[in-house]
Design a binder for this molecule. Structure first.
Ligand code: ADP
Length: 372
């Protein structure tokens, strides 16, 4: 019988083991079969290190397939990029990964390096930072291969999507979620616990969409995930001949019921053949027609994302200021800094500093309240 030598690394407690430092999951690693390091720990570190460089994560969710969730994700990302933000799009719709089409990368593949899986970069002249795109489509032989998944594969892919793609520094990562509130959503929200995550709902106006939309709302509320609001898609059609507007789908009380559940109606997008054409041709409509009807209709949803991210930034500044206020006013460093000040003025300066920090704290709190 062949006796395999035991590696010393395998005998160390997990917390003492070094990490290989590779920017991708063990599943992609050529050394995976012989590797003795702690693999779950590596994957956890990978996700943490990616998330540390991402400002705000927006999960774009829909009650059903085909309601325009991917279209809204792509145009939301493009609208944020048009304002100069650094944006990524993670295509988590494992059954129908369409984002490669929406950004003109059909058939593209990405390279694996020690830093991770490459992303495709979409950069028309009108945006300063490229939109970084990560999708399962880049890992498949052919774009039209049907995907049949076991739950464990879906779970793995959600980890690869966030942890293995080279997202770099991002202000926003827009995640195009699979429809519904199934396993993928649960996996992803578990994985993103503690990060700045919010949800944007996309729905069509029919009454039949209501129950599913409310399910998504309940899911977010139970998880404590802020909901930015709802985008009602295909909410009307403008007649190309008479310019009159009519509604293809019966408009139920959907928006009103969602508002009763505490979800704001942010935008209503009409059915527009130009929007579908832009998606098919790989140019998000808000960039193709920056002053067009879709760009205008989607603007409040883009604004809501920016306001929410701003409120988050202000809130964390507020927390650090609170810390500073409590700790630093009594700290040795401040005492040392105040040594140069005459004895009789030292306490007055300390009090003035306290007031300064307090008024800055109040200003930030007011600004955070405005953003909410
Ligand atoms: P989902 O991600 O919800 O499955 P998609 O965004 O892929 O839906 O949209 C499905 C199809 O409908 C796509 O061909 C898309 O171009 C088209 N579409 C979505 N919204 C609109 C709209 N407002 N006007 C015209 N076509 C649309």
């Amino acid at each position: 019988m062949e006796i395999k030598p035991i590696s010393l690394e395998a005998l160390k407690p997990h917390s003492e083991q070094p990490d290989c430092g590779r920017g991708h999951a063990c599943q992609f690693c050529p050394q995976e079969p012989e590797c003795q390091l702690d693999k779950p720990r590596h994957e956890k570190l990978l996700i943490e290190s990616r998330l540390a460089h991402i400002g705000q994560i927006i999960l774009v969710m829909a009650n059903k397939g085909g309601v325009g969730k991917s279209t809204v994700s792509a145009n939301l990302a493009a609208g944020l990029a048009a304002q100069g933000h650094r944006v990524g799009v993670a295509d988590a719709d494992v059954h129908g990964p369409n984002q490669s089409r929406f950004f003109g990368f059909v058939g593209s593949h990405v390279r694996l390096s020690a830093q991770g899986l490459g992303v495709c970069r979409f950069q028309p002249a009108s945006i300063t930072h490229p939109i970084k795109l990560g999708t399962l489509a880049f890992l498949m032989e052919k774009d039209d291969t049907p995907i049949v998944w076991r739950d464990s594969y879906k779970h793995d892919f959600m980890h690869h999507l966030i942890g293995s793609f080279e997202w770099g520094e991002l202000d926003y990562l827009v995640v195009d979620m699979p429809p519904g509130t199934g396993n993928e959503l649960i996996t992803l929200s578990d994985m993103l616990e503690g990060a700045n995550v919010s949800a944007l709902l996309v729905t069509t106006p029919q009454e039949v969409a209501l129950m599913d939309s409310l399910k998504a709302v309940r899911f977010c509320q139970e998880r404590g995930m802020p909901i930015l609001g709802v985008v009602e898609n295909m909410s009307g059609v403008v007649c190309p001949h008479c310019q009159g507007e009519f509604h293809l789908f019966p408009r139920g009380s959907l928006v009103q019921r969602l508002e009763e559940a505490g979800v704001k109606a942010l935008a209503q997008l009409p059915l527009d053949p130009e929007l579908a054409r832009g998606s098919d041709e790989g140019m998000p409509d808000v960039l193709g027609r920056p002053l067009g009807p879709i760009a205008q209709a989607l603007a409040p949803a883009i604004e809501a994302c920016v306001r929410h991210a701003h409120a988050n930034t202000v809130e964390s500044a507020l927390h650090s200021l609170q810390g500073a206020l409590q700790e630093n006013l009594a700290s040795d460093e401040l005492d040392a800094a105040l040594q140069g000040i005459p004895d009789d003025q030292r306490e007055a300066v300390r009090a003035a500093l306290g007031q300064l920090l307090e008024s800055e704290q109040q200003r930030l709190a007011a600004s955070a309240k405005e953003d909410k």
